[in-house]
Design a binder for this molecule. Structure first.
Ligand code: ARG
Ligand code: ZN
Length: 897
């Protein structure tokens, strides 16, 4: 029945390399079915490590030949292991030559060397290099690479690898070659090659120190008109890192390559970033404002890795957040700065609002994806202690919570203190593979601050709960705020210790304005103050207050915690109307909406009529029509909390009840406020040609939201507006916004609109992904309509769908399983049978993609007993399959524990 658990890799088992590889010469003879890889490794004994054989990892590759110092090794000097070979070496150094054969055409995993649309591409993080050649494929093996590529000139005119091009030319038989040298030592996960038929957009720019560098964005012929935004984003990223951290590009050439088949978002290979094409290609009529924003942030993310990840890398994969948390924080700051700078034309308030909207976006992702992960069977600290398959740990916890942990350091130390810590980090560790402790030690040393307790953030899983109790004493005119913290148990961690939690506090007076804060001795009188909660319970006393204030806590979301507030509706409405902190104002609206939605779901459960309280509608109307607020902010505040987030907030997750509640609320807000929505829609029209700009994007977002509410409520004039917008759009934000509104309505014209859209974009894979995702995520506004599952099954047979392409799988299956809970969790359980079928089919081709899809059901124990019974059967069914990948096996085992 149950297959044996894959062995766990433990963080505590780290042993330094016995042999360093100081140089690697690689030679590729590229062929779709039989690529020959020859490698020459210069090995040097590591005097600081215990003596051991040279350990080389290899996976799914054929060993043709191996010599040590030019000779065949003695048979007993070489040993095959489960994951590679071990060679006993004498002396202080040795030269190893290895030849392997690989079949890229058979590599459906998209890890290692694979084919995409006739070209050769690689993905080596985390452990893909061992699928190319035998090597100490671990991040602390830092090596200088020289790479020669040979390939067919006609099919692969472009030959790229890391670093600098030092030689190229023709060969016999219609082939050619190129030789690349990377001057910087790097671990094998940062190796890359591309051999394909591509064209490039080029720019030459100077770095801060005046060095000229060549920037290239490589795309398929015909896509050059979609590469400009990625190029601009790259140049902006370079400037930002120079200005903010004094970090310059260290190479003469920096390349970005777009590829259609890619498991993740993008990869920071040294000097040769390889991107999922959806994070490169954009032009106004194919990409939405959100796509433009995502491209800017992913380009920045990968570029920033050049220092935080490549120049200083991870000692082992447990330290992944060292580079990912830090780099996500850096890209978030960059995007906030860029959006703020662009919005500045509209004044300081517009700039501040644009930054707040970005923060809200980031926190939405954290609360939806990471909080759920932290509450489920995959909960792990940002630095895990064990894993079965490292690819399963590229998670929201390591990335997004990791970024919040870095942000807290930035908050506690200030921008200057943080910068000093970064400078020290590079001065100590440039060129090294280090740990998270090394990073935090630099922050501590540069700031003369003890961060030992802070380090608990790296070791404890679970989302801390913070509660607040306020007490006003009229006689002493003081207000005492008592905060408590508690982190619930997570798998393997029953007990938690108190964390250092920075809490940004404001106190609001009865007229809605912020009060000057006097905290005991400290008499600054600022209106927002950072307090540090370090114990399980602590009290803070504010003085000189003439009235009982309304507290505004965790401003800007100053820590990744769940703040349990006992604010009643009136208080939430008050803060929704007055909180000077944009984040908390948004948060008050979200909390109020959440209360209303959960109450409606309870009504549905009890068979009561679903009635939306008038007070909520009024508070919502007031915020929506407050023209002092930026449209982008209003769009954020008026969008309901994500369904996945709300499911987590239900005591027992019940997707059908939640959907009923959400539909009732959407209809009510759409209908009762139809005049307001229509006025907003008219007032915020964007004229002139499309530009990617937060001011325009905010208006488009608010208008699209108006259409969504109006269409949900079936308001005739709203549907007309949606049709009109759809009938003549010149940018994808408006086109897709209108289509989404029509599809998410009971309006019968939805099918015709979907067909029109399909006809217009039938040759555009990235736009078709949107078309698939929209249908898979659609709600059933018309009770007679067929279940969405039927449509998803049908779309899997669509000629434009391919189970081999990760973007298609994420668009169709990912959207259905994750973004459409009420349709996925059908009462008869047919959704789970379909889910299991798809996980198993995917697992035979691509375990990384299968595992991501499998994770859609990991929180199954939070659901109703009926759902649990049916999911349990399918989880057991998947677990019993022989030959499951370690990726999927780990997820299913943990889900069933
Ligand atoms: N380092 C890449 C990034 O965040 C992600 C690579 C993930 N790859 C994987 N196979 N898990 O930019
Ligand atoms: Zn990254």
């Amino acid at each position: 029945m149950k297959t044996e658990n894959a062995p766990s890799i433990l963080r505590s088992d780290y042993v330094p390399l016995a042999w360093r590889i100081d140089h690697l010469d690689l030679h590729f003879n590229l062929d779709p079915v039989a690529t020959i890889v020859k490698s020459r490794l210069r090995c040097v004994r590591n005097a600081l490590a215990p003596a051991a054989p040279l350990r080389l990892f290899g996976e799914d590759i054929e060993l043709l030949d191996l010599t040590v110092n030019g000779a065949q090794p003695a048979p007993d000097a070489i040993r095959r292991t489960a994951d590679g070979i071990e060679i006993a070496l004498e002396g202080e150094s040795a030269e190893i030559e290895i030849a392997t054969r690989i079949d890229p055409s058979a590599n459906t995993t998209l890890s290692g060397l694979y084919l995409s649309r006739g070209g050769f591409f690689t993905q080596c993080e985390a452990e893909g290099f061992r699928r190319i050649t035998f090597f100490p494929d671990r991040p602390d093996a830092m090596t200088r690479f020289t790479v020669t590529l040979e390939a067919d000139t006609a099919t692969c005119p472009v030959l790229l690898s890391n670093g600098n091009l030092i030689e190229q030319g023709p060969l016999d038989g219609g082939r050619h070659y190129a030789r690349w040298e990377d001057p910087f030592p790097k671990p094998s996960y940062l190796f890359a090659l591309v051999a394909a038929n591509l064209v490039s957009l080029e720019r030459r720019v100077n770095t801060a120190s005046g060095r000229e560098v060549l920037l290239q964005v490589w795309v398929e012929d015909g896509n050059l008109d979609r590469a400009g935004h990625a190029m601009d984003s790259l140049i902006h990223s370079m400037r930002w890192d120079e200005e903010t951290f004094g970090l310059e590009l260290d190479l003469d050439r920096f390349m970005i390559v777009a590829v259609s088949d890619f498991n993740m978002g993008a990869m920071e290979n040294k000097g040769l970033n390889i991107f999922n094409s959806k994070y490169v290609l954009a032009k106004p009529d194919t990409a939405t404002d959100i796509d433009y924003e995502n491209i800017e942030s992913v380009v920045a993310h990968e570029y920033f890795h050049n220092w935080t990840g490549n120049r200083v890398t991870c000692r082992d994969w447990f330290q992944l957040t060292l580079k990912e948390g830090l780099t996500v924080f850096r890209d978030q700051q960059f995007s906030a700065d860029m959006l703020g700078r662009m919005a500045e034309a509209g004044g300081e308030a517009a700039a501040a609002s644009a930054r707040a909207v970005k923060r809200i976006d980031d926190v939405r992702v954290l609360r939806t994806a990471q909080f759920a992960e932290d509450a489920g069977p995959m909960a792990h600290p940002i630095r895990p202690d064990s894993y079965q398959e490292i690819n399963n740990f590229y998670t929201a916890t390591v990335y997004e919570k990791g970024a919040e942990v870095i942000r807290m350091l930035h908050t506690l130390l200030g921008a200057e203190g943080f910068r000093n810590g970064m400078d020290l980090y590079f001065s100590y560790h440039d060129g090294q593979a280090v740990t998270c402790d090394d990073f935090v030690d630099c922050m501590a040393e540069a700031n003369g601050r003890d961060l030992d307790q802070f380090m608990r953030w790296y070791g404890q899983a679970g989302t801390p709960r913070v509660t607040a109790q306020g007490h006003y004493d009229a006689e002493s005119r003081s207000y005492t705020l008592t905060l408590t913290q508690h982190t619930p148990p997570t798998p393997g961690q029953p007990e938690k210790l108190p964390l250092v939690i920075p809490v940004a506090v404001g106190l609001i007076g009865p007229d809605g304005t912020d009060l000057p804060l006097r905290l005991q001795a400290d008499n600054h009188g600022a209106t927002t103050k950072l307090i540090e909660l370090t114990e399980a319970e602590q009290s803070f006393e504010f003085t000189d207050l003439d009235f009982e204030p309304v507290p505004s806590l965790l401003r800007g979301f100053s820590a990744p915690v769940i703040l349990e507030l006992d604010d009643d509706d009136a208080r939430l409405a008050f803060r929704m109307a007055h909180d000077s902190d944009a984040f908390n104002r948004w948060d008050a609206a979200q909390r109020y909406a959440e209360r209303v939605i959960l109450a409606l779901a309870a009504d549905a459960a009890a068979g009561r009529p679903l009635a939306v309280p008038d007070a909520f509608v009024s508070a919502f109307r007031a915020l929506l029509t407050n023209d002092a607020l930026d449209p982008a902010f209003r769009a954020q505040a008026a969008a309901l909390p994500a369904e996945a987030y709300l499911l987590e907030r239900m005591t027992v997750a019940d997707p059908a009840l939640l959907r009923a509640a959400l539909m009732a609320l959407m209809r009510e807000l759409g209908g009762a406020l139809s005049d307001e929505w229509l006025t907003l829609y008219r007032k915020h029209e964007v004229t002139g040609p499309y530009r990617y700009h937060p001011a325009d994007a905010g208006r488009r977002a608010l208008r699209n939201l108006a259409l969504k509410y109006l269409a949900a409520a079936g308001v005739g004039e709203g549907l007309e507006r949606a049709h009109a917008q759809f009938a003549r759009f010149d940018n994808m934000t408006e086109g897709f916004g209108a289509l989404a509104a029509l599809v998410n309505s009971a309006n019968p014209a939805r099918e015709a609109a979907l067909d029109t859209f399909h006809r217009r974009y039938r040759d555009d894979a990235l736009v078709l992904d949107k078309w698939f995702a929209l249908q898979a995520g659609a709600w059933r506004w018309n009770a007679e309509a067929a279940p969405v599952l039927e449509r998803v099954r049908r779309l899997m047979g669509d000629p434009d769908f391919s189970i081999e392409n990760p973007n298609k799988v994420y668009a169709l299956l990912g959207s259905f399983f994750r973004a459409n809970p009420a349709e996925f969790h059908l009462p008869d359980g047919s959704g789970y049978v379909f889910w299991a079928d798809q996980v198993l089919a995917l697992d035979r081709r691509n375990p990384q993609v299968a595992s991501r899809v499998a994770r859609a059901l990991e929180s199954w124990r939070r659901f109703t007993p009926e759902i649990r019974d049916r999911v349990g059967v399918q989880l057991e069914r998947v677990r019993s399959v022989v030959g499951l990948s370690p990726d999927v096996a780990e997820i299913i085992d943990k889900a069933l524990q």
